[in-house]
Design a protein around this ligand. Structure first.
Ligand code: FAD
Length: 420
């Protein structure tokens, strides 16, 4: 069977100012959703009048033209998803399983659960694919010797899950879960409630920020979190910087080096060797337009109309310098977004990761485990609530392990359902 690796949507056209956060969010969403789109930067009154008959101040950019001829003015990502037909109401009143998050772990759980006859709803608050969607080329996932882009891998998994009958409810945050009479009632950000017998939390991690003053004002206006897959083509002939020394930073640097004049990796530690996989480290070192600066951290951001410069500090000497650049990509890992667990009986570790299975000390008064049996391997401190992938304490932060845990969680869901 041949697999179509993009959504079956013709070209979407996006127009906007180069340093516009909303335009970036749209490009990022379309790119991670594997939708073919074109991007036209509109930065002068002349260009804007030529295209839309109005000067910049009146044109209500960004403008998005959809394949059906609809023109959207300054739309949110949610509005675009809705217009593309991706936002649907739940079909059932109750599901066997609700999965939070459609990254590799959530998609894998969806494929196995749906293929094994469970009714499944997958809640995803933005693009399908999670962190994997930011990866330009995953080279260490089994079965793809030439590598595969994270977006394509996720799109294959999405198609597989939907083919087996999983229901994907996109642009929905699972905000709050309540346990009533052996059922989980999940309230979504749009006010809908979903009822299910069991849940798998596969919400991964969120980008860690630099923690700098004015950081928020530069997001999407020169400052990007993640590998910048959608932004790489806009870096033509620029000097760009990547913060981080892990695999995601290495991948970002390699991808950006195909477009940018020069890519500088800023690493806080003394070398790349301890943080980067060998295959990637070798490539990064060999790439002529990638420079690696160790013992360096970013301490400030500057620019009136988007990012124009970054301030750097030598971590050994404290010496400061300023580098001129319009693009900074931050790949310094992530933290789990599990604030929802506050005030519930779900046990987390000190970093917010969900504690599961044998890591739960059921003899401790702080672990409110109510049953005679021990928790199943991926079960949280709430019976019937499982965790898989990066959100789980002590998980291996890899696509393969997230996929493995998603599949494994479903086995335990079956065992749990058999006991209720
Ligand atoms: C740039 C980059 C490159 C990488 N390259 C590789 C690689 O080459 N090889 C490799 O093995 N690993 C790689 N990784 C790591 C790998 O992508 C992750 O380990 C993997 O994606 C984890 O999967 P997950 O499903 O647990 O979580 P995630 O991928 O983080 O997915 C979680 C999903 O949950 C959604 N979500 C969060 N909260 C909610 C909520 N409340 N309601 C609904 N949805 C929610 C998020 O939007 C997201 O889609 C890379 C990571 C990055 C960032």
């Amino acid at each position: 069977m041949s697999v179509q690796l993009t959504h079956s949507i013709d070209l979407v056209r996006v127009y906007g100012r180069s340093q516009c956060r909303r335009a970036f969010e749209i490009r990022d969403f379309l790119s991670r959703s594997v939708v073919h789109y074109s991007w036209t930067a509109v930065d002068t009154d002349l260009a804007c009048t030529d295209l839309f008959g109005l000067p910049l101040a009146q044109a209500d950019l960004p403008i998005v033209d959809l394949p059906d001829g609809t023109r959207l003015y300054s739309p949110s990502v949610a509005e675009i998803a809705r217009r593309l037909g991706w936002v649907n109401a739940p079909k059932l009143a109750e599901y066997d399983l609700t999965i939070y998050g459609a990254g590799p772990a959530g998609l894998s759980a969806a494929v196995y659960a749906a293929s094994e006859g469970l009714s499944v709803a997958v809640l995803e608050r933005e693009a399908v694919g999670g962190q994997a969607g930011y990866s330009s080329l995953i080279e260490n996932y089994l079965g793809f010797p030439g590598g595969i882009s994270g977006g394509e891998l996720a799109e294959r998994a999405r198609q597989q899950a939907v083919t087996f009958g999983a229901e994907l409810l996109q642009m929905r945050d699972g905000l709050q879960a309540r346990f009533i009479d052996g059922r989980v009632h999940t309230t979504l950000s749009d006010g809908t409630t979903i009822v299910s017998c069991a849940t798998v939390c596969a919400t991964g991690v969120e980008w860690r920020r630099l923690g700098l003053e004015y950081e928020d004002t530069y997001i999407g206006r020169g400052l990007f979190y993640g590998a910048g897959t959608s932004e790489a083509p806009t870096c033509d002939e620029l000097d760009v910087y990547v913060v981080g020394g892990g695999n995601s930073a290495g991948q970002a640097a390699m991808n950006l080096s195909a477009y940018a004049r020069r890519v500088t990796m800023l690493v806080r530690g003394t070398s790349l060797a301890s943080t980067l996989s060998t295959y990637l480290a070798e490539r990064v070192v060999e790439q002529p337009n990638i420079a690696i600066r160790t013992n360096t951290r970013v301490v400030g951001l500057d620019g009136d109309n988007g990012l124009a410069a970054i301030h750097l500090e030598d971590t050994r000497t404290g010496e400061k310098e300023t580098a001129t650049t319009e693009r900074l990509f931050v790949c310094i890992g992530g933290d789990p977004a599990t604030e929802w667990a506050e005030g519930t009986k779900t046990v987390r570790d000190s970093h917010g990761f969900l504690v599961t299975g044998p890591d739960l000390d059921t003899t401790s008064p702080s672990t409110p485990w109510p049953l005679q049996r021990d928790p199943f391997y991926l079960e949280t401190s709430i019976p019937g609530s499982f965790a898989a992938g990066d959100v789980r304490r002590n998980s291996v932060k890899r696509v393969a392990s997230a996929v493995g845990e998603g599949a494994m969680a479903v086995t335990f869901v079956h065992r749990y359902l058999a006991t209720t």
